[in-house]
Design a protein around this ligand. Structure first.
Ligand code: JFZ
Length: 438
């Protein structure tokens, strides 16, 4: 009997230790003490109301015109890759024109790559000379130019910053990528790398006015590593309390993060987030307009305006923002195929934006035919695919008035589980017929 008790005690202790360490493992990254202040909570509301932003992948990789992963994919040694910098001369870059394009598209913010995985900073950095001011004939800080333009045009600016770095020698031990013989030494000081990274983060939070936030990416390259996120996140929140932190680590958000992003898919349906967690934080999903993020000269697989509008509407119905990407050319211009699509989306939003901006995901769960959004007690039913003139809507119990956005009356009938709507012949929209339910 005594022996049995002893055994049970050992088993019990082992289980306790296992449970504690599992919890610790899930929570060891992040800023465990973080409580968002008022200005951060307000920034989150603004963000959720804004709904639509422009993602920009721009760097010296655009010269090769084979997307932003070209250094890793083609195993280019650091010394070779560095030769791109003296060729980067975006003389046609016009930040005011970019901002006008963004506003005209109905977007409210820009998220631009301050540094991508290749390690090259397109801003003026003091902690490194591997940047646009020190290494290119252009010699100007394009982020500063863009930040000033955004200020003039009333847009918010966020920075995408890669934690993963294929260039810095102290990014060591190496992760899943950038593992080829790049000419970097086979040793390095991880803490020195993090100091360098935090140094650049500090610059981004100091020299560009009030920023929207930081969009991190690349932790997934070394998931087992301690990134000392509390240090990085506190640095940002101390310097800019309203700044929203998000990280594309494809897991449930860590403490200290202010929004959750999804890549190439609606919340919980994206291909990378295996956990499928959708948190209570503000949500954002990003997508490319063709098949690459950075400029790719041969990629003509453009999504149609219809597909892009449907993506925006479905994101809104899933309570998420849509961050739509362009990869500018090395000369600073944006290709016409991108500009045309953005302009068309803007045209559509000028008429239908009421049912998108300022809304949250609606009470009717996503259906075959479409989704719903809501704002101030009004439900917007978005009919994206009409195969039938009559649609059944569950979960709506009381209706005072039902019209199209332009005021045309809509006929409906009450049923046991909700209502059925007969779509009017006139006033339908080619992309999304919106029914306003009061
Ligand atoms: C990341 C970047 O690698 C990419 O270049 C782009 O910036 C995008 C927005 O974000 O995309 C990823 C990140 C991780 C994986 C795949 C794509 N992954 O782990 O398979």
């Amino acid at each position: 009997m005594h022996q049995l008790f002893k055994l049970l005690k050992i088993v019990n202790i082992t289980i306790c230790i296992a449970v504690i360490s599992m919890n610790a493992f899930a929570e060891w990254q992040g800023d465990l003490q973080y409580k968002p202040p008022k200005e951060n909570l307000e920034a989150r509301e603004w963000f959720q109301d804004a709904k639509f932003g422009l993602f920009v992948h721009w760097g010296i990789y655009s010269i090769l015109a084979r997307q932003e992963w070209v250094m890793n994919n083609e195993k280019i040694p650091v010394q070779e890759y560095e030769k791109l910098a003296p060729q980067f001369n975006p003389v046609k870059f016009d930040p005011d024109e970019w901002c006008r394009m963004v506003k005209d598209a109905g977007m409210h913010y820009i998220t631009i790559t301050s540094k991508h995985h290749d390690g090259f900073a397109i801003f003026d950095s003091e902690v490194s000379d591997y940047d646009i001011v020190d290494r290119t004939p252009y010699g100007r800080d394009v982020l500063k130019m863009l930040a000033d333009a955004c200020e003039r045009h009333g847009l918010k600016l966020y920075f995408y910053h890669s934690q993963l770095d294929w260039h810095h020698p102290d990014y060591f031990p190496r992760g899943r990528t950038g593992n080829y013989d790049s000419g970097r030494p086979e040793y390095g000081d991880w803490v020195k790398y993090l100091d360098y990274m935090n140094g650049q983060i500090k610059e981004l939070c100091t020299n560009y006015g009030k920023i929207g936030g930081i969009w991190f990416d690349g932790m997934w390259d070394k998931p087992e590593t301690d990134w000392y996120l509390a240090t990085t996140y506190r640095l940002i929140h101390d310097l800019q309390p309203q700044a929203m932190i998000g990280s594309n680590h494809h897991r449930a958000p860590f403490k200290g993060e202010d929004f959750q992003m999804f890549e190439k898919g609606l919340p919980g349906k994206d291909p990378y987030n295996k956990e499928g967690t959708v948190s209570a934080l503000p949500l954002e999903t990003c997508e490319t307009m063709n098949d690459h993020w950075g400029y790719h000269k041969d990629d003509k697989n453009f999504k149609s305006v219809r597909e892009l509008i449907h993506y925006l509407v479905k994101a809104a119905g899933n309570n998420a923002n849509f961050l739509l990407n362009v990869g500018p050319k090395p000369d600073g211009t944006i290709q016409p195929e991108f500009k045309e699509r953005l302009a068309e989306m803007g045209k559509w939003l000028r008429i239908n934006g009421e049912a998108i901006y300022g809304t949250r995901g609606g009470p009717v769960p996503p259906q075959e035919w479409g989704i719903s959004t809501q704002k101030n007690g009004i439900i917007y039913i978005h009919v994206l695919d009409i195969s039938d003139n009559v649609i059944a809507i569950p979960d709506i119990k009381r209706v005072n008035e039902m019209t199209l956005l332009d005021g045309t009356r809509v006929e409906y009938e009450k049923t046991k589980s909700g209502i059925t709507i007969t779509l009017p012949e006139k006033g339908r929209d080619q992309y999304d017929t919106i029914i306003v339910v009061k």
